[in-house]
Design a protein around this ligand. Structure first.
Ligand code: ADP
Length: 473
């Protein structure tokens, strides 16, 4: 299966080779032969025409005698390496450079037909059975007083042409072999640039499919294959990162569940075996109750995070008055604020201000932010909740003057289960999930949340929301 692409390419190369060979061995020989024959015929025709215009016409006009013409043509025949003949229209040989002149021994070519060339001035055959091998025979008519008196025919053996044809074909075959060998370079390129990287990619995908997301591979090229490999590497590293996060998440969840459960179990066992005397039960049952509250909070937070993740962008958006939601959320913290003598100051834009968002989710955002602000504020302090409108967006700010967040922790506070060392003393029930839920919700709305904080001076969380397009809603 793995070798299929390579085999296909080799097969294509083989088919290409076979076809090239067939074409070169079938078409090229006939074309070369035809070309050489035509060339030779043209050359001989020029000679034949010259002879018919000069010697032969002179012979018929009785200006020269047969012996003189024969002498001249004999030497020309040697020069042309051919046989020159003068033939009467009836087929009788008047002169033949291959035979001595003999008036008594009259030779006639049987079936001689000058029109047999069918419009051409030459023919390639045994010349009406007159030769025992293939000859090129070139015709040139001898005209005297507007009448065809005979023909000058030059015969040349095809064997000679065949020899030149073969040597030319040898050149073609050698060129073909060289081209086929050179085209092997394509095969080498294919192997280096496509096949080997593809094998690496296939092997990597097998590794990933088997769950080895940390497998890394290198494809050194800046073309599409290199890009594919880089994307695959990146995808695997992202999945590996997500897997690691998942593991960390599960470890954190287990840890956060285990500690309250351990303390609940410890107190209950101590109560049962009498280590804690009955008069102290109330106190410890309250601790157990607060631990169960922590577990409930943790479970609820995990459920909201899970819903946000799985439902992704599925928000139930409506146009609602953010001012009334802000006021209602602040009211829900009245009891806690009274205990810590904290004042929530509201600086709201307008009486009513409509935004387009998921009201329940935004309520949760405000609840988490105010909860943190109160948790990390000192007694007798003020928390300021402010809204402002800029660039057709609403900005909500929740500002406290509490313990603040150390600079090095600022980036981490959005991570799940993150609790700064500073906060641990102040907030024992915290799950470290509140801000990750907040960020997730705001990002789901396509908006942003930021924090400005100075350790020891306080923190300000600002997030944006889209204003309602139709304020009457
Ligand atoms: P938790 O539910 O434990 O409060 P969060 O995700 O809401 O978890 O907060 C994570 C951490 O961010 C907190 O443990 C705390 O260290 C820090 N933090 C959040 N809000 C504030 C704030 N208003 N002032 C100071 N620190 C804060």
């Amino acid at each position: 299966m793995k070798k299929t692409l390579y085999l296909k390419f080799i097969l294509a190369y083989f088919i290409f080779g076979v076809f090239s060979f067939i074409i070169v061995t079938t078409f090229v020989p006939s074309m070369t032969r035809e070309l050489l024959v035509r060339d030779k015929a043209e050359h001989l025709y020029v000679e034949a025409s010259r002879i018919s215009d000069t010697y032969a016409t002179g012979l018929y006009a009785s200006e020269t005698d047969l012996e003189t013409v024969k002498e001249q043509l004999d030497s020309l025949a040697v020069y042309l390496d051919s046989t020159i003949r003068i033939i009467n229209p009836s087929g009788r040989l008047v002169l033949d450079t291959d035979r001595p002149l003999n008036v008594e021994d009259e030779v006639t070519i049987e079936n001689f037909d000058p029109t047999a060339t069918s419009g051409s001035y030459y023919m390639v055959n045994d010349f009406f059975g007159n030769f025992d091998q293939e000859m090129i025979s070139v015709f040139s008519p001898i005209t005297y007083r507007y009448m065809v008196k005979g023909y000058v025919v030059i015969h040349c053996s095809m064997a000679e042409i065949q020899v030149s044809c073969n040597s030319m074909l040898n050149i073609s075959y050698i060129t073909l072999v060289i081209l086929l060998l050179l085209s092997l370079i394509i095969l080498i390129f294919f192997t280096e640039m496509v096949y080997i990287p593809l094998r690496k990619i296939t092997y990597a995908t097998e590794q990933y499919a088997a769950g080895n997301m940390h497998y890394e591979f290198q494809v050194e090229s800046d073309d599409e294959i290199g890009y594919l490999a880089a994307c695959l590497n990146y995808m695997a590293s992202q999945i590996a990162g997500a897997e690691d996060d998942q593991k960390k998440f599960v470890a954190n969840v287990s840890h956060d569940f285990r500690s309250p459960l351990t303390s609940i179990r410890g107190y209950l066992e101590a109560m049962i075996d009498g280590t804690i005397p009955p008069e102290m039960h109330d106190k410890y049952l309250n601790i157990v109750l607060s631990e169960t509250e922590r577990l409930t909070k943790l479970t609820n937070s995990l459920l909201s995070l899970n819903n946000l993740n799985t439902r992704g962008m599925l928000l139930d958006r409506t146009n609602f008055d953010i001012n009334s939601v802000l006021r209602a959320t602040a009211v829900s913290f009245e009891g806690t604020c009274r205990r810590k003598t904290i004042v929530i100051e509201m600086v709201l834009t307008g009486d009513e201000l409509y935004v387009y968002a998921d009201v329940e989710k935004i309520q949760q955002v405000l609840y988490n932010l105010l909860d943190n602000a109160i948790k990390f504020s000192h007694h007798d302090s003020v928390i300021k909740v402010e809204t402002s409108v800029k660039n057709n967006k609403l900005f909500v700010s929740v500002k406290d003057s509490g313990i603040g967040i150390p600079k090095e922790d600022l980036k981490m506070i959005w991570n799940r289960f993150y609790k700064s060392d500073l906060s641990r003393g102040k907030d024992k029930k915290g799950t470290g999930l509140g801000l990750s839920i907040v960020k997730e919700i705001i990002n789901c709305h396509g908006e942003n949340i930021n924090v400005i904080s100075t350790e020891g001076a306080g923190s300000e969380f600002i997030f944006s929301l889209p204003l309602s397009e139709d304020e009457e809603d």
